[in-house]
Write a protein that binds this ligand. Structure first.
Ligand code: PHE
Length: 462
C-alpha cells in the first residue's frame, strides 16, 4: 500500500515520463562538462573506479530512498519532510532537510546557469566558424576573454535562466514532461553520434586505456571526496530534486527498479561523454588535465581542425545546452512547488520569483570570475566556493540525512508499504543495510578525512 496522498501539482503520465524526467535531472553539465574534467584532473582510470563504487554503494541506495520520500510525502521537499516526520513520530527539525535542499538548490542553480550560459554562447561561436583553424593559444584566449567579460556572461546567464523559468512555469505535464520528452531522446542520439565519431579517431584506444586502466598511485584523499561529491551531484541527490520528481510518480511504479534505470542511464552518459571527449583530446595531442576549461578550451581546437568540425562542434554544445536545461528545471521545481503550496502563488509567479533569486546569486558568481576575482575565501572565488560547498559538502550531507531518515527513523512498515514489499525480501534487506550503515559511514569518513578531523582523531587515539 503506497501513500494515500496525491500531489496538487499533478503526476507524470507514465513510468517512462518519470524515467525521462529524472534522467533529465541527473544527466547534465555534471556528466558532460564536470565528469570528464575532474576525471582528467584526477588522473583517469582509478578515479573512474572509485566513482563507480560511489554510485553503486552510496548513490543508488540514496536515490531509492529519496524517490521513496517524495512519493510518500507527495509535496515539496520541505512539506513532505514535515508530514513524514510527524507521521513517523520524529522531531520536526527533519523539515530542515527540505530547507537545506532549497538553499542548496539556489546555490547550485546560480553557478550552473552561468556555465550553461557558456554552452549557449559556444553553440553560436562554434556554429559561426570562430574556431576554424584556430591555434590552441587562440582558443584559450577566446575562452579567457569571454569569461572575463561580465556583460557577455550576464547576457547568456539571463537567457538560460529565462529558458528554465519558462519550462517550470508551464507545470508538470505541459512544461517539465513535454520538455524532457523531446530533449532527452535528442540528447542520446547526439551523444551516441559523437561517440561513433570518436571511435573513428586515432585517440580512441588511448582514451579507453586512460578511462579504464586504473593507476591507484594517482589517487589522493581529495580525489575520493571529489568522486563521492560527483556521485551526488551527477545523480541530483541530496537537495530535493529527485524527491520532488518522486512526488509526481504514479502509485503503481516500482521505486527500486526505476532508481536502477535512472542511475544506470546517468552513469552510462558520463562514461559515453568521456568516450566522446578523450579520444579527441588524445587524437589532437592535447592535455586531459585542463580543469573546468576542458570542454571549452580543448575541444574547440579539435573542432576547428577536423573535417565537418563546425557542424560537429555545434551539435556538441547543443547537447550540453539540452542536458543543462533539463537539470536546471529540476533545481527550480522544489522551490516553486513550495511557494505554490505555502504561499498560494500561481506557478508562473513562483517560477519567476525563484528564478530571479537564483539569477541574482548567479550574477555574484559570474562577477567572481572577473571583476570580483580578488575576493576569495579558502583560496576560492564565489563561483568555486559555491561549487565546492554544494557538491562536496551539502549534497553528501543532505543525502546522508535522507539515508538516516529512511534507514533509522522511518518505520519498516512504511518503507515496505511504499515499495510494495511484504515479508522478507533480499533486495530490501540489502538496501536497508546500505542506507543504514554503508552510506552514512562512507560519507562520514570521507568528510572527516578531508576536513583533517580524522587524522586528528587517530592521533588522539594513539
Ligand atoms: N545532476 C545534474 C548534473 O549532473 C546537476 C544537479 C544537481 C541537478 C543537483 C539537480 C540537483 O548536471
Amino acid at each position: 500500500m503506497t501513500s494515500p496522498r496525491t500531489s496538487i501539482h499533478g503526476e507524470w503520465s507514465s513510468r517512462m515520463a518519470f524515467v525521462l524526467a529524472a534522467t533529465g535531472s541527473a544527466v547534465g553539465l555534471g556528466n558532460i562538462w564536470r565528469f570528464p574534467y575532474i576525471t582528467g584532473d584526477n588522473g583517469g582510470g582509478a578515479f573512474v573506479i572509485v566513482y563507480l563504487i560511489c554510485i553503486l554503494a552510496i548513490g543508488l541506495p540514496i536515490m531509492t530512498a529519496e524517490i521513496l520520500l517524495g512519493r510518500r510525502g507527495r509535496q515539496s521537499p520541505i512539506n513532505s519532510m514535515r508530514s513524514l516526520a510527524k507521521e513517523e513520530g520524529c522531531h520536526k527539525a527533519w523539515q530542515g532537510l527540505g530547507w537545506m535542499g532549497v538553499v542548496g538548490g539556489f546555490m547550485i542553480l546560480s553557478f550552473y546557469s552561468v556555465v550553461a550560459g557558456w554552452t549557449l554562447a559556444y553553440v553560436f561561436r562554434t556554429g559561426s566558424g570562430t574556431f576554424v583553424n584556430a591555434t590552441a593559444d587562440g582558443v584559450s584566449y577566446i575562452f579567457d576573454q569571454f569569461v572575463s567579460d561580465p556583460e557577455r556572461l550576464l547576457a547568456w546567464h539571463t537567457i538560460f535562466m529565462a529558458m528554465s523559468i519558462v519550462v517550470v512555469s508551464r507545470g508538470v505535464s505541459h512544461g517539465l514532461e513535454k520538455a524532457v520528452r523531446y530533449l532527452m531522446p535528442t540528447l542520446f542520439v547526439l551523444l551516441i553520434g559523437m561517440v561513433f565519431y570518436a571511435m573513428s579517431t586515432s585517440g580512441f584506444s588511448l582514451a579507453l586505456d586512460y578511462l579504464f586502466t586504473p593507476d591507484f598511485s594517482k589517487l589522493t584523499t581529495s580525489s575520493i571526496l571529489t568522486a563521492m561529491g560527483q556521485a551526488f551531484f551527477s545523480l541530483s541527490l541530496g537537495m530535493g530534486a529527485i524527491m520532488i520528481y518522486g512526488s509526481y510518480l504514479p502509485r503503481d511504479v516500482s521505486i527500486p527498479r526505476t532508481a536502477v534505470i535512472v542511475a544506470g542511464m546517468d552513469t552510462l552518459v558520463a562514461l559515453l561523454a568521456g568516450l566522446a571527449i578523450f579520444p579527441i583530446v588524445f587524437a589532437y595531442n592535447l592535455e586531459p588535465a585542463q580543469s573546468a576549461g576542458l570542454v571549452f578550451k580543448v575541444l574547440p581546437i579539435a573542432f576547428g581542425e577536423m573535417p565537418g568540425g563546425t557542424l560537429f562542434g555545434t551539435t556538441f554544445f547543443l547537447l550540453l545546452v539540452f542536458a543543462a536545461w533539463t537539470s536546471a528545471i529540476s533545481l527550480l521545481e522544489p522551490v516553486v512547488a513550495w511557494l505554490v503550496e505555502n504561499h498560494g502563488m500561481t506557478r508562473v509567479m513562483a517560477s519567476a520569483w525563484s528564478g530571479l533569486t537564483a539569477w541574482l546569486l548567479g550574477v555574484a558568481s559570474l562577477l567572481s570570475l572577473n571583476i570580483w576575482s580578488a575576493y576569495t575565501l579558502f583560496g576560492r572565488n564565489i563561483f568555486g566556493l559555491l561549487e565546492d560547498l554544494t557538491t562536496n559538502i551539502m549534497l553528501p550531507l543532505g543525502g546522508v540525512l535522507i539515508a538516516v531518515f529512511v534507514g533509522w527513523k522511518m518505520r519498516r512498515k512504511s518503507s515496505k508499504h511504499e515499495m510494495d514489499i511484504e515479508g522478507d525480501h533480499i533486495v530490501y534487506n540489502l538496501w536497508i543495510f546500505l542506507i543504514r550503515y554503508v552510506s552514512p559511514l562512507a560519507v562520514a569518513i570521507v568528510l572527516l578525512k578531508v576536513s583533517g578531523l580524522l587524522d586528528w582523531i587517530t592521533q588522539l587515539l594513539k
